[in-house]
Write a protein that binds this ligand. Structure first.
Ligand SMILES: Cc1ncc(COP(=O)(O)O)c(C=O)c1O
Length: 209
């Protein structure tokens, strides 16, 4: 069993389509590949392939999506997986009862797929991705090294300040002292969720070296 998370949490980085195809071509057909696309709706990089278009070509692939992120339904606990091979979906079905989704969750997910809601989603995603670019560029302008993110957060890795790195724990404390909470991974870095323009400005002010 191999998990591929693209965009990846917590770095926001992606596996470009050509790399993913090359990888899938080298995986033995009896090995299941789970492609976690929880942040797919935030992807703007044209090099990224939509995993659901690969299912006929790779019967050992299952693509996971969620309504928890761009759709904002995390509290309702609803997502889905798509595979072309019935032996995969049947195996998932056998574990379904303890993980069943609620009727309320299903109703909300269906409402999210209505054209009007899809339009609102597109507008929200556009705002987030524009702010993601602004925050990334502002941080780079301050000297931080920030990987290109295709998710709704950006990543600052631990390292020497001269190389654009941070000390995650110290950085987290500094932000918190200014009323901004970032997700600290003590040994690795911090993940910063993209918020409203005002929230992002508060973060950028806290991040000033
Ligand atoms: C990469 C990734 N996959 C899946 C999930 C979980 O999604 P769900 O809320 O549908 O369980 C998350 C949530 O943090 C995530 O970051």
């Amino acid at each position: 069993l191999i998990f591929v998370c693209s965009p990846n949490n917590p770095t926001g980085t992606v596996v470009p389509g050509d790399v993913l195809l090359d990888f899938l071509d080298h995986v033995p057909p009896e090995t299941l590949v789970v492609l976690d696309e929880a942040y797919r709706e935030f992807v703007t990089d044209p090099r990224v392939i939509d995993g659901t278009t690969l299912l006929d070509r790779y019967p050992n692939l299952i693509v996971l999506r969620t309504f928890s992120k761009a759709y904002g339904l995390a509290g309702l606990r609803i997502g889905y997986g798509i595979a072309s091979d019935a032996s995969i979906t049947n195996a998932v079905r056998q574990t379904q009862v303890p993980f069943a989704v609620t009727q309320v969750g299903q109703a909300a997910a269906l409402a999210c797929l209505e054209p009007q809601a899809e339009q609102q989603l597109a507008e929200r995603v556009k705002e987030v991705t524009a702010e993601r670019t602004r925050v990334t560029e502002a941080l780079r302008g301050m000297g931080y090294q920030v990987p290109d993110s295709e998710a709704n957060f950006v990543w600052l890795g631990n390292g020497e300040p001269a190389d654009g790195g941070i000390d995650a724990v110290q950085f987290g404390k500094r932000c918190e002292a200014q009323g901004v909470i970032v997700r600290v991974f003590a040994d690795a870095g911090v993940r910063v969720t993209i918020g409203t323009a005002q929230e992002n400005d508060a973060f950028l002010a806290a991040a000033l070296p």
